[in-house]
Design a protein around this ligand. Structure first.
Ligand SMILES: [Zn+2]
Length: 332
């Protein structure tokens, strides 16, 4: 019922072009809209559902009509007649090469993609969040009556069976707090417990990444292991994630890179300081609103809007920040 009501309200708002008014407001304020996208694929995944290629094409049509698409390097240039927008992607999945590159090439659109250097070419396995998604998709399908142990707490899967989406977020947030190796150990133990063997998704290799770069894709680092940067305690580990990943990309691409996209958008002042010392000029976060902030030492922080798989009108209203604006007025 709530969903039906929401759909009806969104349809009415879309019909009266609320998105146009919100877009004009952003333009008047000189704000740049930065979109954060992940997988573009026909695959289905309950917890990390890719945006389908047809929906992506609809998104691009909307963007072409209403925005000037710019590259991250152009954020300090003067705005033109249309509001400005950046297309930014994370993770390095192969479906970027197969499903996004042909589209952005066709329309000559600049974009940004941030890769996890240990996972390029599937070198060292899979991103940890993929393990979690795999496990929770199994819970949705098989409904095991079992216990999930984390931090000394036993979570009864039977109890959370009808609220798995919320339970997933609870577990994800608890995993954010762990150090990287502990998080991997916990996830691997869960996969073993449920006798699950994860099939890694294909990631782009360096040849494909270099080909994308020839067509206006500016690459950045999404760290070495998709590490939660705010959970790192050791200087050496932070160096590996920020400095080594940057050097690895530069070695394989033969050019300097200046963009860091902290995994899961998790970033704090300490991370920003380390990023600046490592030579990054742009840090791309994820937030409720799209905004740009000039940091110390000439670094720029861009907050990106995370796009998810959803109906076209909802996606457009999200780009214009209707959902986050409404959230402000939701009774607690
Ligand atoms: Zn990521």
């Amino acid at each position: 019922m709530r969903n039906l009501l929401k759909a009806a309200v969104f349809k009415s708002l879309y019909f009266i072009d609320v998105q146009g008014r919100l877009r004009n407001k952003k333009h008047r304020e000189g704000r740049i809209t930065t979109l954060c996208l992940h997988r573009i694929s026909s695959d289905n995944d309950h917890f990390f559902d890719p945006i389908k290629p047809e929906r992506f094409e609809q998104l691009i049509q909307y963007v072409l009509k209403h925005y000037e698409v710019i590259s991250v390097d152009d954020v300090h240039s003067n705005p033109g007649k249309k509001p400005r927008l950046i297309l930014s992607f994370d993770d390095g999945y192969y479906d970027f090469y197969s499903n996004v590159l042909p589209v952005i090439k066709h329309y000559s659109l600049p974009s940004n993609h941030n890769v996890v250097t240990d996972i390029v070419n599937g070198k060292q396995g899979v991103i940890w969040t993929e393990k979690l998604n795999f496990l929770f998709n199994y819970f949705v399908e098989k409904k095991p009556d079992d216990l999930l142990q984390l931090g000394g707490v036993d979570y009864s899967l039977k109890q959370y069976q009808s609220t798995l989406d919320g339970f997933y977020i609870t577990i994800l947030k608890k995993l954010f707090e762990l150090e990287h190796n502990d998080r991997e150990t916990v996830l691997d133990a869960w996969l073993t417990k449920f006798n699950l063997k994860i099939i890694p998704k294909r990631m782009m290799n360096w040849a494909e990444i270099n080909e994308c770069a020839k067509h206006g894709v500016t690459f950045g680092s999404h760290t070495k292991r998709h590490c939660v940067l705010t959970s790192i305690k050791s200087e050496a580990e932070m160096g590996e994630e920020l400095v080594e990943s940057k050097a690895e990309i530069e070695k394989n691409m033969g050019r300097k890179i200046s963009i860091l996209a902290p995994p899961n958008g998790l970033c704090d002042d300490a991370v920003l300081k380390k990023a600046s010392l490592a030579g990054y000029k742009y840090v791309l976060g994820i937030g409720e609103h799209s905004y740009m902030k000039n940091m110390a030492e000439g670094m720029t922080f861009l907050s990106r809007l995370n796009l998810i798989s959803e109906p076209q009108q909802d996606m457009i209203l999200r780009i214009e920040e209707l959902q986050s604006n409404l959230r402000k007025y939701r009774p607690v």
